[in-house]
Design a protein around this ligand. Structure first.
Ligand code: PMP
Length: 307
């Protein structure tokens, strides 16, 4: 139950969930000058552990850099706060949402006088696109909205304001009865999903769009690349994928912290492969869930235990 949570960490203090409020004239609300993360803690056989926390922290600080937003807490402070937040709420598996943003001082565009605010929330969150999506795959459509180019908004920064692009693509997909959209970049090649990276399988090799295609460098994307290589696959991690190549793929799947590894069974009403979860997707998804369940020694550096 999502409402079993009652605590939020904000600016160095734990406080009741309902008290974690901000001023309506906060800079981040008006101009989207915030950065955030989405992280999962898994209830592994060795106890609850945060998946790739250090990598998410790296990206959190890196996201803030273009906006000259100096997150006023160091890595250890954010780690301690997150672990204690999970413990206080007695969560085992959960989704963690750190956010840093410019707060209220004045509303000029230049945020340098605005206070830097930081908060962390954690709550239970199951399969993002549904349990059935993980098993059977999802029907998706190419969005009429293009992904902004990294020359317009840095796409390697997980910037709050930039997510209006994802919201537009997501609303459009749902309005047209698709589970999710795929956004093309300014050049018309495949970028990613609104909150997922995309992978393609063709002739037994694996392709995923490169960073120059204006994508977020997903941490699940990086994990799946590593796992696929460890399983012996050839992975092309800087691919340019055209719209047409989506339709003729043997398999397609999304990756993301929320979406985990989700098969795609159709694009624009065209069946992909056999029209269900393909064998390579199945192998990678099975391995991914095995890793986050078992926390095996081989991937132990990916886990931060809650203890
Ligand atoms: N692309 C976008 C636009 C996203 O919002 C996300 C989710 N953070 C991803 C890709 C996947 O990234 P990750 O695997 O780090 O969650």
């Amino acid at each position: 139950d999502e409402m079993d949570v009652d605590t939020i960490w904000m600016d160095g203090e734990f406080m009741p969930w309902d008290d974690a409020e901000i001023h309506v004239l906060s800079h981040g609300l008006h101009y989207g000058t915030g950065v955030f993360e989405g992280v999962r803690c898994y209830d592994t056989e060795k106890g609850p552990a945060i998946f790739r926390w250090e990598d998410h922290l790296d990206r959190f600080y890196e996201s803030a850099k273009p906006y000259e937003l100096e997150i006023p807490f160091d890595r250890d402070e954010l780690t301690e706060a997150t672990i204690e937040l999970i413990q206080r709420q007695e969560l085992d598996s959960c989704y963690i949402r750190p956010i840093a943003f410019y707060g209220y001082e004045m509303l000029g565009l230049n945020p340098s006088d605005c206070p830097e605010r930081v908060a962390i929330a954690a709550w239970p969150w199951g399969a993002y696109l549904g349990e059935e999506a993980l098993k059977e795959g999802v029907d998706v459509a190419v969005s009429s909205w293009r992904k902004h180019s990294s020359s317009q908004i840095p796409t390697n920064s997980k910037t709050t304001g930039a997510y209006v692009n994802s919201v537009l693509a997501s609303l459009e997909a749902k309005r047209n009865d698709y589970v999710e959209g795929i956004v093309l970049n300014k050049e018309g090649n495949v970028a990613e999903g609104p909150g997922e990276n995309i992978f393609l399988v063709r002739d037994g090799e694996i392709y995923t769009t490169g960073l120059a295609e204006s994508i977020l460098n997903g941490i699940t994307r990086q994990s799946v690349i590593t796992v696929a290589e460890d399983l012996g696959y050839t992975v092309h991690d800087d691919a340019t994928i055209s719209r047409g190549e989506l339709y003729t793929a043997d398999e397609l799947f999304f990756t993301g912290t929320a979406a985990e590894v989700t098969p795609i069974k159709s694009v624009d009403d065209k069946q992909i492969g056999s029209g269900s979860k393909g064998p390579v997707t199945d192998e990678l998804q099975t391995k991914f869930f095995e890793i986050v369940e078992e926390q095996p020694a081989e991937y132990s550096e990916w886990f931060t235990p809650i203890e």
